[in-house]
Design a protein. Sequence first.
Length: 76
Amino acid sequence: MTASDFNKILKQLRGKPAVMKKFIAHCKPKERSTGIAVQKCERCGRFGAHLSQYNLNLCRQCFREIAEEIGFEKYN
């Protein structure tokens, strides 16, 4: 079950608190400590081409867009 499926089912169970509590206890997605799902761009949510250096947590596309605003200089 994906996280989006889990959220859709939670919306349906809002009117049934006892069933929702049991569902959360048994069907909640795992908290990941490694893998591609942990490294996510904070700006757009992409998983690939992730820059975690200097605690940026951005994908390369977002980094190129805001690099000068952050204080990085482009060298030729």
